[in-house]
Design a protein around this ligand. Sequence first.
Ligand code: ACO
Length: 431
Amino acid sequence: MTDKHFTLNDPESGESVQLAVHEPTVGPKVVDVTQLYGEHGVFTFDPGYAATASCESSITYIDGEAGVLMYRGYPIEQLAKQSTFTEVAYLLLHGELPTAAQLDEFDHSIRTHTMINESLLRFFNGFHHNAHPMAMVSGVVASMSAFYHDSTNIHDPHDRDVFAYRIIAKIPTIAAAAYKHSRGQPFVYPQNQLDYCSNLLHMFFAVPSDQYEVDPVAAEALDLLFILHADHEQNCSTSTVRLAGSSGTNPYSAIAAGMSALWGPAHGGANEAVINMLEEIGSADRIGLYVSKAKDRNDPFRLMGFGHRVYKSYDPRATIIRETCHRLLERLGHNDTPLFELALRLEEIALKDEYFVEKNLYPNVDFYSGIIYRALGIPKSMFTVMFAIARCVGWVTHWREMVADPGTRIGRPRQLYVGPTRRDYSPIGSR
Ligand code: ACO
């Protein structure tokens, strides 16, 4: 906190209020309104929290105007090029890049906690084969609190670490179980000798009747997508994890709450919606029609994978994925180029359109990610699950930061009440 102040003037009463200002290490200053109601009897109004810093955090920084994203101060472009998902997970969780020995230990710990309780595995049989994988995965994650009681004392830092490592290690196994269940195939157990993404591909695509070799190009592509999706400061699902966790609930429930928030098409569900949209558009000559629909105020259609609450320029993650798409589709020998070409053309047309220019609407991370998932053979309904696997690292990191912060209070917003004023109850016969 600095000794700087922000002054609010109420022209009606002539009263002026001095509010303290917090200085971030980088980014806009933050006006502290915590005493506003107690001392002056007024609330602030900010639906959607567009101008509200809900907490103090030292994990991830975004500059939406400049298209900057940094994990613990490291630019996403450098991490995408030089790091691995496991190393990024360590960085997010622990705040610093690991030494070789620390990374080995962390990697070993994750690799050797990938199995899930067999009873938990049997849960999947209770789901219909066409259940959405996000419904299965979020439900099973919530029920983990019924199995792993030894990591739910949120006040014990050791328990918190056990929980963090456990959820990161087991979430790919749960996701793979959901996938196998929806395919009607037998579950494939994790292989500890495989790295995080190779193991995931193995659990998805191996079958008992055949040999399966993980394609290193596919594992590398998945690793890149996971780095890009690992965290994104106080987004909708992360804020949900923090809000649910602020009540002191067990962390599995808090993560399951975040997962449910992620599923919506305005958030992580957009990757699935983008492919549905591109398939519906079908060919370049129909792009104009869909761009017009997106601009029509009376049409609920939006260009999926376009726009972002924070980025008012190109989402740096979308830049990286777009650059990677060409190379990957070629290396994977995949014939999904027409869909990618359609996406590129749609982007080109939208970015020249006055409506999108005026509103600063650019492709976000989900615009191109589905094209890579498709090329890896992952079905559309699993896209948001893939996002959830990577984002588990961010959710857990934020949850740990919040629980360890002695200043944390239960999240409890207030409201601008516009309902009826006091009135008297009338018996049913006289209404
Ligand atoms: N297509 C057409 N118009 C759009 C789009 C879009 N994709 N996104 C925003 N707009 C318009 C809005 O209609 C609004 O117009 P108005 O000012 O005339 O009312 C203006 O741009 C501002 O948009 P808001 O919805 O107010 O912006 P907000 O920050 O609330 O929403 C969101 C951001 C939800 C991402 C929005 O852009 C959207 O729905 N995009 C499509 C879904 C999507 O891709 N979501 C993934 C986001 S990234 C992630 O969560 C991983």
